[in-house]
Design a protein around this ligand. Structure first.
Ligand SMILES: NC(=O)c1ccc[n+]([C@@H]2O[C@H](COP(=O)([O-])OP(=O)(O)OC[C@H]3O[C@@H](n4cnc5c(N)ncnc54)[C@H](O)[C@@H]3O)[C@@H](O)[C@H]2O)c1
Length: 302
């Protein structure tokens, strides 16, 4: 089995759960945002870009039956500033992985899409998989483009794949230096006694899913139906103001929050209907937002 992006936040939790179940795992990651410290002992690590021609040799020697494709540039803002950079990694790089999966006759490819970015501002909530796709960011466009390429590759070459559309994943090992991952960014800043800025009025809502639940959905996705897409979230929206208040209480933080301008490309309110994943993947989220934030703060405390 190959996990791309296995040195990253979600990827490392996925690899941990796969190893617990006895899978042999090879990781491909260029360490753009992932770290060596996130890698588990016992994995074969290939430091490589997902666009590289050298991936042929890796697929040749690993001969994976399953490929979990998580490597990506994950910043909505980076995609707005430089759509070509975003497309190079998220579209071209993913196409390379799709092509390799086809040529090496991989039995299943799992693809991490974004339920938070592809639907745009929802017409109804919770947002189900049949909702129109109208992304507001280039990141959302590139994430959905790959879903379409997978669809075509299945029709033309029979590639078996399953798509997981994640909400906002949070938890231990999330990079607090990035622009994505408000819980990680706030946790780190508040624990260091620094000020935090909420973009917009803080009433925007997201579907926050704890990383171990998200990783477990990837494992369940291995047995997902070919060509299906599944929303992976808790099915409820929590505002950034509420998240901030949970963190403030947990950390005993007493600086005033600063409100700044809303960021372009971000939807205002979204949460996902997760009933398809619950019934068809036999998956369910187990960690509440309160418990997840507690565990995340404990991890950031070290
Ligand atoms: N974190 C979220 O809230 C969220 C939500 C929806 C979807 N996703 C998707 O889940 C996946 C994992 O995201 P994450 O939050 O763990 O992010 P992450 O940045 O921690 O992980 C991405 C990994 O991919 C690697 N990578 C980046 N560019 C690469 C390249 N060109 N070649 C090889 N490796 C490369 C990085 O080094 C990193 O280890 C991504 O596909 C992301 O789009 C994440």
């Amino acid at each position: 089995m190959i996990v791309t992006g296995g040195a990253g936040f979600l990827g490392s939790h996925v690899v941990g759960q796969l190893l617990d179940l006895g899978y042999e795992v090879a990781v491909i990651d260029n360490l753009h945002s992932g770290t060596l410290g996130n890698l588990y002992e016992g994995v074969d690590f290939y430091e490589s870009d997902i666009s590289s021609v050298s991936l042929d040799n890796i697929f040749e020697s690993v001969k994976p039956d399953i490929v979990i494709h998580l490597a990506a540039q994950i910043s909505v803002q980076a995609s707005m500033h430089d759509p070509v950079f975003d497309a190079r990694i998220n579209v071209e790089g993913s196409l390379n992985i799709i092509d390799l999966c086809t040529r090496y006759r991989v039995g299943k490819m799992i693809y991490a899409s974004s339920g938070g970015a592809i639907y745009g501002e929802p017409e109804y909530l919770p947002c189900d998989e049949a909702h129109p796709i109208r992304p507001l960011s280039n990141y959302g466009v590139s994430k959905f483009a790959v879903e379409n390429y997978l669809f075509v590759q299945n029709i033309s070459h029979g590639l078996d794949y399953t798509v997981l559309r994640f909400g906002n994943i949070y938890g231990p090992r999330q990079d607090p230096r990035g622009e994505a991952g408000v819980i990680a960014i706030f946790s780190q800043a508040m624990l260091e006694g620094r000020g935090v800025t909420i973009n917009g009025d803080g009433e925007q809502e997201r579907d926050f899913i704890y990383v171990q639940d998200a990783a477990n959905a990837v494992l369940k996705g291995i047995h997902g139906k070919c060509g299906e897409s599944y929303n992976i979230g808790i099915g409820k929206g929590y505002s950034i103001n509420y998240i901030y208040s949970l963190l403030r209480d947990q950390i005993d933080y007493n600086l005033d929050v600063i409100y700044g301008p809303a960021k372009p490309g971000e939807v205002f309110r979204i949460y996902l209907d997760n009933s398809k994943a619950i019934s068809e993947l036999e998956w369910s989220p187990n960690v509440s937002i309160e418990e997840g934030i507690k565990r995340t703060v404990e991890w950031f405390r070290g």
